[in-house]
Design a protein around this ligand. Sequence first.
Ligand SMILES: Cc1cc2nc3c(=O)[nH]c(=O)nc-3n(C[C@H](O)[C@H](O)[C@H](O)COP(=O)(O)OP(=O)(O)OC[C@H]3O[C@@H](n4cnc5c(N)ncnc54)[C@H](O)[C@@H]3O)c2cc1C
Length: 391
Amino acid sequence: MALPLTADVVVIGGGVTGTSIAFHLARMKAGQVVLLERSHLAAGSTGTSSGLVRMHYDNPLEAEIALKSFEVFRHFDEFVGGDCGFVQTGFLRTVKPHNLERLKANVAMLQALGVNTWLVSGEEIHEMAPYLYTEDIPFAAYEPDSGYADAHLTTMGFANAARRHGARVYQGTEVTGFDLDGDRLRGVRTNEGRIATGTVVNAAGPWGGLVAAMAGVQLETTIMHHQVAVVEAPPEVPWPHLTVIDRLHQTYLRPETGRLTLVGASHDNYALTPDQLDRYSESLTYETMYRVLEHLCARMPAMEAGAVRKGHAGIYLNSADKHPLLGPAPGLEGFYCAVGCSGHGFKEAPVVGQAMAEMIVNGRAEVVDLTPLRLTRFEEGEPYRGAHAYV
Ligand SMILES: Cc1cc2nc3c(=O)[nH]c(=O)nc-3n(C[C@H](O)[C@H](O)[C@H](O)COP(=O)(O)OP(=O)(O)OC[C@H]3O[C@@H](n4cnc5c(N)ncnc54)[C@H](O)[C@@H]3O)c2cc1C
């Protein structure tokens, strides 16, 4: 399929964010919507995402985005079409001792927003999940409805729905530059030719800083590397087990199809420089594997008899305050960004896509107010922060 000569909106990036934006734009009749992906759909962060879907945040805006997105994951066929592979497991969030009072305040904040969550004591957790070691947990946040979804299925669902609404999706098409006329965007240059357009959405994930820089827009971001181990659970581990974000061990874990447990080694995250973007290691190192297994066994002792099946690593983009960068770029009319989701953008993509499309089509996001996540917040001295942010 040859590239069109013109488009009303060009979305850059075929991950879960870009496909969700393209779907909502097409659904809202934004004209000819074109999505450009340099590799294949879900080739970036999305392809390695652990897919946790929960609503616990330490700030009300992302909690609201996650809560409204959760409805989409739960009823994906109705809202988007097809199956996103959502599995409800129940979810537990521990915090370090110095954050326990903040945890209480955040659970109250989440309850006021309508999230089905409450505090559970170590004893209550033990009753609910005797396979978890709980002596070091005075209390934690619990969400019975949460779980995980399949990041590939979700992305394909959005892409197919976008196509059904008339959007055109081009894989193997890399954006290499922009045509500008002063402070106005005129077109997108790619390895396959040029598209004249006045509106572009940068949803290029970890490459989002580079894509913005091509248009002369500077974003303050850091590329992060994150490893995940996949462990075969022994018969002693009941199935499926809870999904847990275990801040006491800087890990998270969730069940995976085939009696596997996926464990995120957040303790070994590290920053990459932009020149390392296309040559980072996609493997789990032995060093990290041993460390993450130690943490897993400390929380789930029966895993001593588990076996590592495989592992992988992926990258994501942090913003300066670790909250997404969503909205128009200052100084370049028609250039929007939806990047910097800081390691938690999968669960937010359904509503981020809707809000970005509303902003482009109607002039403002209606499903949620994205103002606190605007790109200019840093130079205005207003980085986003919840009242009880974990430290
Ligand atoms: C290992 C790992 C585990 C994670 N676990 C979770 C989790 O449990 N829950 C959660 O909510 N979030 C999680 N995240 C974060 C989440 O996966 C990301 O926030 C989300 O997938 C970002 O999607 P995206 O579409 O914005 O970016 P991406 O998926 O990275 O998509 C960007 C796309 O842009 C393309 N692109 C780049 N440059 C160009 C160009 N010049 N021209 C055209 N195309 C271009 C890339 O090829 C890529 O496909 C995790 C991330 C990682 C890495």
